[in-house]
Design a protein. Structure first.
Length: 318
């Protein structure tokens, strides 16, 4: 999700979202569909929304909690439902706070299909193995330097778990309703947030639930505008930026000023940017400013293998 500082949020303990000892009713006893928020409630991270139809269970998004330690610790707490009781997963996009828990779910016994767009599948092949590598590296460092109460410290999940999760991805194109479980269909609609990002329009019987995922902005480069949605019975939208207004687009003027100032000083310009979603936009604007003769043509280095590969995926699907 990005944008909100977790330090500014209330300190919601996990049991405020779902009691640790509470288990969902047995499937046979359910008669009405239910929607349970297992993440992105009381915080802007860890998106997981469980749709229980009474006979099947579908998890919409499967994100990691990120940010402060008390948020990250929630990743280690068991879900109030067994992983093997979930029949399918739907991913809205490939940011880790929406897909990064998937290898953990697989390691705990989830064996169903994971529905997503082809663009989301592409980016998951980058972010999930990378996340697993970081988990394994952190565990090794903790054991090597002894800054853990666990002996030994274990990773949240491994590279093998990430590989298994990738093998369960089921890519589906935009605007093509497909069955997920009996009586439940999903249709992906472009959300304009990231390569492959989508609203998930879930149809259950004669009712429609629209899961917004993360919404893109209109008039941005690289990605198309979000597709307007006419109607839904239930709309679920996360509100990371719900209390603020974005500044109007300045058509690259601030970046133009910064680049030219660096050139005049004979210096270098180092731009920290998210490897997926932001680097592409920075490169777009640098190229556009060069083409419009607003800045001199300069060498540009992308010091990130992940960002370089993501650029190729964007180029293939542009």
């Amino acid at each position: 999700m990005g944008g909100d500082d977790p330090k500014s949020e209330p300190n919601y303990s996990t049991h405020r979202i779902y009691p640790e000892k509470t288990k969902l009713p047995e499937v046979k006893s359910l008669t009405m569909p239910s929607l349970t928020f297992l993440g992105a409630a009381g915080t802007v991270t860890g998106s997981k929304h469980l749709l229980d139809t009474g006979s099947h269970r579908v998890l919409v998004d499967c994100g990691l909690f990120q940010g402060l330690k008390e948020l990250r610790e929630r990743n280690w707490q068991p879900l109030p439902i067994a992983a093997n009781a979930i029949d399918a997963v739907i991913l809205t996009h490939a940011h880790l706070d929406h897909c990064g828990y998937l290898p953990r779910l697989v390691s705990e016994g989830f064996k169903g299909r994971v529905f997503c767009t082809p663009g989301t599948r592409d980016l998951c092949t980058l972010v999930l193995p990378d996340s697993a590598h970081i988990q394994e590296e952190d565990a090794r460092d903790a054991n090597r330097h002894g800054y853990t109460k666990h002996h030994p410290a274990l990773p949240l999940y491994t590279a093998n778990d990430a590989a298994r999760a990738l093998s369960q991805l089921q890519p589906v194109g935009y605007n093509r309703p497909v069955p997920v479980v009996p009586n439940v269909d999903v249709e992906f609609i472009n959300a304009g947030h990231l390569l492959g990002s989508a609203y998930a329009r879930v149809t259950f019987g004669n009712k429609t639930i629209l899961f917004g995922g993360d919404l893109g902005r209109f008039g941005r480069p690289v990605l198309p505008d979000p597709v307007p949605i006419n109607a839904a019975d239930v709309l679920l939208v996360e509100s990371t930026y719900g209390d603020r207004l974005h500044e109007p687009d300045d058509q690259g003027r601030r970046l133009e000023t910064i680049v030219n100032a660096a050139v005049q000083r004979g210096g270098k310009l180092i731009v920290p940017a998210f490897a997926i979603g932001r680097v592409e936009e920075v490169v777009y604007w640098l190229k556009r400013l060069e083409d419009e003769n607003r800045v001199p043509v300069l060498p540009v280095y992308i010091d990130s293998p992940m960002a370089a590969q993501a650029m190729q995926f964007y180029a293939q699907r542009a």
